[in-house]
Write a protein that binds this ligand. Sequence first.
Ligand SMILES: [Zn+2]
Length: 52
Amino acid sequence: MALLQELEQRLKHAYGTEAAVHRECRRCGTTVTPTERACPACGSGEISELSL
Ligand SMILES: [Zn+2]
């Protein structure tokens, strides 16, 4: 069942490591990665999270 395994791999790739939430700085709008607690551009700790 190679086709089924390939499909499973694609699903894992799509939903596995990538966060389903978009995070960005409230102050300057810079995209903030899930590992960062503050904005890398302006240092603001106010991060808005948008569910995709
Ligand atoms: Zn910022």
